[in-house]
Every structure is written in C-alpha cells, then in structure tokens.
Design a protein around this ligand. Structure first.
Ligand SMILES: [Zn+2]
Length: 158
C-alpha cells in the first residue's frame, strides 16, 4: 500500500502534502520559484517517489546530500541514483520503442512545453528518448543537429 497519492498537482506524502508545481519548475531550471520551507521534507519524498535522482533533488531544493539522505532514511526510503549516460543508451537500445513510448507518456507540460521529470536534462538523450523539451534539453538537441551537419559538410568537403 502506497502512502503516496496524487490529486492534481499536489502529492500527499508520509511527511505531508506538497505542491508539485514549484518543484517541477525548479527541476526545469527556474530557481526563482519558491518552495515552502514547511514542505521541504515532503518535497524530498515526493521527488524520490517519482524517481528524481538525489543529485537533482539536492540542486532543486538547495540541500546538502546528507540532509536529503537523512530525510529519506527517516521515512525508510532509498535514494534514486542516476545511471551513467552509457547505461541510459544501453537501455534505449534493448527495448527502445516500448520504453520510449512509456517515457513520452510520463511527460508533463511546463511553460507550454513537454517536460520529463526524470530525463537526463541537458543531453541529446533527454530530448530524443524522453521527449523533454526543457530549456536544457532543447539546446543540447540543437547542438547535436549542428554537430551532425558540420560532420556531413566536412565529409563532403574531404
Ligand atoms: Zn529536459
């Protein structure tokens, strides 16, 4: 039985309810959005519950790694660690289509653009495999296209 439940953009956690909107916005890089201090523990639990890696949680909530771990421990939860980038690629290669479909379905809309809460932001993979078009994934994808174009041009010139 899960102690987590969600209605709209609020998530109920064992440490109380938390508004997900500011958390998603901060995940998307908008650090101007305030997270209510009283909701900090609940935010740690909610983000971990939706599989946001601990490295992103410390950044989003401006917290020390050990403090995040402490809150998780209090509630008997394990932190999520990001697999290395090659691991994501490996996953993408094995059952790419189904996983991608599932990931695309997990996206939410932030500022009118599709956003994936646990994509490896700022990477080509975030854009193509997770369909995340956040302010970090879009430039990564544009850079990749540009690099491909340059490579092609150099090959033609050679
Ligand atoms: Zn992204």
């Amino acid at each position: 039985m899960s102690e987590f439940s969600r209605w709209g953009m609020t998530m109920r956690t064992p440490a109380g309810p938390v508004d997900l909107v500011p958390l998603y916005r901060r995940l998307d890089g908008d650090m101007e959005v305030r997270v209510v201090d009283d909701e900090r523990d609940a935010a740690v639990l909610a983000l971990t519950h939706i599989e946001v890696p601990i490295t992103q949680i410390t950044r989003v909530l401006h917290m020390a790694h050990r403090d995040v771990l402490g809150i998780l421990e209090q509630h008997g939860m394990e932190p999520v660690y990001v697999p290395e980038l090659f691991a994501w690629t490996g996953v993408a290669q094995t059952s790419s289509k189904q996983r991608r479909t599932k990931r695309l379905a997990e996206r939410i809309e932030v500022d009118g653009r599709p956003f994936h809460p646990h994509a490896p932001h700022g990477t080509e993979l975030g854009y193509t495999e997770f369909g995340c078009h956040c302010h970090e994934c879009r430039p990564a994808h544009a850079a990749k296209l540009r690099a491909d174009r340059d490579k092609k041009r150099m090959a033609v010139a050679a």
